[in-house]
Design a binder for this molecule. Sequence first.
Ligand code: NDP
Length: 284
Amino acid sequence: MSARLIDGKALSAHVRGEVAERVRTLKSQGVTPGLAVVLVGEDPASQVYVRNKAAACTAAGMHSRVIPLGADTPEGELLDVIETLNADPAIHGILVQLPLPGHIDTGLVIETISAAKDVDGFHVSNAGLLMTGRPLFRPCTPYGVMKMLESENVPLRGAEAVIVGASNIVGKPMAMLLLAAGATVTLCNSKTRDLGDQTRRADVLVVATGRPGIVSGDMVKPGAVVIDVGINRLESGKLVGDVDFDSAAAVASAITPVPGGVGPMTIAMLLVNTIEAAERTLQA
Ligand code: NDP
């Protein structure tokens, strides 16, 4: 391996330390930042994510409230819970853990969250603000990727950035953030013809598909910075990304590991969004 390892765990600890400092300042002004996480059903992966988010919140000195609801909770009941949180002054950020059970309209649920408390940044208003260059909340995963690139001093102005995966929560907002930073952005999806032709042009390559091994070393430009957003559990129980780490690390200049890369940054940026939401209540 010749690539430098981008340590998401260490950077996330640093960001969380900065957040804890801002929490202390806010508390001295009489405001305790609060995050509510709503979990519908008993999906084991979602349970772990929610537990980690709540623990990170508490560790930073914030107020954390987890609202577990049964898998068969009617949509109307979930919307009522969100409306109550929207009106609660102790709660500055609201997050509904995805995916939701099939009988619930995810779009409607996200649109019901007050845009001012939408710390995931998934509300259409927040997506629109990001697209028009006036972001209120940047979605946590791409925001964390930007923080990693910044900490590594990766030049983005004029750089070729290729993103593999175009979801609303990762790929699309990632494209907007890289574009805003001056990169020339290519956004690939499952219909992209010859993916390697695209990825081999990338100075910065971000992969977020949920397909283990979709990008291998021969698809990476020598010296590129490779960010692996994917989190996949193999049948063996091993956790891997979307990038074939060993072959990519042999040609890249820097690469994120899985685990310990983008994952911890996502949680850190959730805390950043929550503290920003709380700070805004003082400015209002
Ligand atoms: P989605 O399933 O919502 O989207 C996947 C995207 O990848 C789609 O745009 C899809 O294309 C594209 N895709 C699928 N197959 C290919 C292919 N063969 N070639 C090119 N593009 C392809 O996934 P998410 O964005 O929600 O998540 C992606 C991965 O990131 C997952 O592994 C997830 O677990 C992980 N993740 C990690 C986070 C973290 O904190 N580290 C946070 C969020 C997600 P199309 O649009 O054509 O269907």
